[in-house]
Design a protein around this ligand. Structure first.
Ligand code: SF4
Length: 232
């Protein structure tokens, strides 16, 4: 299969009852600013070219962001920060992301999430994380021929991504490296002998930005390093 085929099947997934209920409930209640919107209310696939050298792994779609627009990180404060930063370092064609027809294109980057449906309070359960894991495993397997770097935004994504890489045959160091901002782990793909670079980055959540846990220069720095490693 291809990533496009994978995405087409993904959007029909209803494996997590709590998340199915939430994504649909949010679409009914809406938020007053988005009253005119016909919410997506389905699993939100990854976004970006299928021959990406760099993958960015987030957390889950925002209820009124990706769950509304149908494109990951699109139409919410985290996405505003992320896409502006990707544009600033030359990885996105424009600094803003508002809807699926806004013309935004990513350069060699595929953004995805370990949980594809919007969770209440942005907090998926560990069962939901594990239920969604095969989708991330399949997506990374399809990107594998070109993939050089994975940037993981936040500890949740890190906890989700490492087992996927281990199960996919990438040789991870033992003990498993802990998540941290700026953490750089080099894992080998025994099939190709090539390195895959894993970079940790704090999630650009509204909270992390407002508390300056993650500053814009910190985000630019990780993305620049990732872009540099992806070109090697
Ligand atoms: Fe399916 Fe993942 Fe959504 Fe659960 S979170 S319903 S596994 S797409």
């Amino acid at each position: 299969g291809t990533v496009t085929e994978l995405d087409a099947v993904l959007v029909g997934c209803r494996a997590c009852p709590r998340l199915v209920a939430w994504r649909e409930q949010v679409a009914t209640v809406k938020r007053s600013a988005f009253r005119e919107w016909d919410y997506w209310a389905k699993p939100v696939p990854g976004f970006g070219p299928v021959d990406a050298t760099l993958a960015i792994v987030g957390l889950a779609p925002a209820a009124h962001g990706g769950n509304r627009t149908g494109r990951i990180f699109t139409g919410d404060p985290s996405g505003d920060v992320l896409y502006a930063a990707l544009h600033a370092v030359g990885l996105a064609s424009q600094p803003t992301a508002t809807h699926r027809g806004d013309g935004l294109a990513l350069r060699g980057v595929r953004i995805t999430v370990p949980v594809h449906c919007a969770p209440p309070d942005n907090r998926p359960t560990t069962i939901e994380r594990d239920t969604c894991r095969p989708w991330l495993a399949r997506e990374l397997a399809l990107l594998r021929p070109t993939l050089r770097v994975v940037v993981v935004l936040g500890g949740f994504g890190w906890q989700a991504a490492l087992p996927v890489l281990a199960a996919g045959g990438w040789s991870l160091p033992r003990p498993r490296p802990a998540f941290g901002h700026g953490v750089h782990v080099r894992v080998t793909d025994p099939r190709t002998g090539r390195d895959l670079h894993l970079l940790g980055c704090y999630h650009p959540s509204r909270r992390n930005i407002s508390t300056r846990t993650l500053t814009i220069p910190m985000l630019h720095d990780v993305l620049r390093r990732a872009a540099h490693l992806a070109r090697q």
